[in-house]
Design a protein around this ligand. Structure first.
Ligand code: PBG
Length: 323
């Protein structure tokens, strides 16, 4: 029952103006969040070898990036930290003078209107590189949740607008909510990395953040990429514990989960186009294998089309500049 020649799909593709008119999915800078890495020191701007265009920056330099983010109208920045020194419990993560706390204060002073998200995790701060504390060689859930609550509270005190736990401990959204409320921060929302897969695509990030596990891997807390029903269960639990925004990660390998989560939960939904997704495009483009800009747009629109309202991406400033 072909309707041809009445129905010709190509009619609406003929010119750029027609294509623009019928474009279904849109992206605005306010939907993009830019991940930044804060380190100690002054005047530091070190490019991450595996992530061209991504830098470890001292607070003074990071403030410049924050000002750029504000000029571009980005949805916000998310802060990761490289501590002065690491220890068994990741204590700099919940130190009032920790690097993320310092960066948050400086950014809020310079650009009060820019949304600042704090990544709440221990892996960048522990000497063993796991996202929680260890007991008998295993990541101990409840003790880790207790510390994550302290991370969130110190970040809130430093002025972050939103905390984003990425550790995948059970019950951490409830624990963080309770800790924030008890400290007088009931106004601070939580964006939980609700469905976070144990992914190979975090490789470059671990170099950027110095957070590679010193033994074993993260499979006892991050999810298996093969499980979609379990991902929905994870999200449901986080929503019931009080997550205000839910996040799926990585993005491209999980487009189906983004779609399902949007349909099932209707909460504001974020997706993280992670370091490996970015590095893959950068590396292929460097070798002349594909067009970087087109690959960037295609992936960002795919993530939006799947159902993400918010996209965390290292491409954020580059995309926003062209929007
Ligand atoms: C840490 C954390 C990770 C990322 C964000 N927060 C890495 C990990 O779990 O090892 C990955 C982000 C990226 O790859 O860009 N809990």
């Amino acid at each position: 029952m072909s309707q041809f020649p009445i129905r010709r799909m190509r009619r609406l593709r003929r010119t750029a103006a027609l294509r623009r008119l019928v474009q279904e999915t849109h992206l605005v800078p306010a939907q993009l969040v830019w991940p930044l890495f804060a380190c100690h020191g002054e005047g530091v701007r070190r490019e991450v070898p595996t992530l061209p265009g991504v830098y470890q920056t001292s607070v003074d330099e990071l403030v410049k990036d924050a000002e750029r983010a504000r000029r571009l109208g980005l949805g916000g920045i998310i802060l990761f930290g490289l501590p002065q020194s690491k220890d068994a419990t990741g204590s700099e993560a919940y130190d009032e003078q920790g690097i993320v706390q310092q960066a948050a204060r400086a950014v809020k002073r310079a650009t009060p209107d820019l949304l600042v998200v704090g990544d709440v995790c221990l892996c960048e701060y522990t000497d063993h590189g796991h996202c929680g504390v260890l007991q008998d060689g295993e990541v101990e859930n409840d003790a880790s949740v207790y510390l994550l609550g302290k991370v969130a509270v110190t970040q809130a005190r430093a002025g972050v607008d939103l905390v984003a736990p990425s550790d995948m401990m059970d019950g951490r959204v409830a624990g963080i909510r309770k800790a924030l409320d008890a400290a007088g921060f009931s106004r601070v929302p939580i964006m939980s990395y609700a469905a976070k897969m144990a992914s190979a695509f975090y490789g470059p990030f671990r170099e950027a953040a110095g957070s590679t596990p010193q033994f074993g891997d993260r499979q006892s807390y991050q999810m298996q990429g093969s499980n979609a029903d379990e991902a929905m269960k994870e999200i449901e639990l986080d929503v019931s514990e009080g997550a205000d925004i839910i996040l799926v990660k990585p993005a491209l390998p999980c487009l189906d989960l983004i779609r399902r989560a949007k349909q099932q939960f209707g909460s504001p939904l974020a997706a993280y186009q992670v370091s490996g997704e970015y590095a893959m495009i950068k590396a292929a483009a460097e070798r002349g294998m594909l067009d970087e800009q087109r690959a960037m747009w295609e992936t960002l629109y795919a993530i939006r089309r799947a159902g993400a309202d918010i996209v965390l991406s290292y491409f954020a400033p580059c995309a926003a500049e062209q929007l």
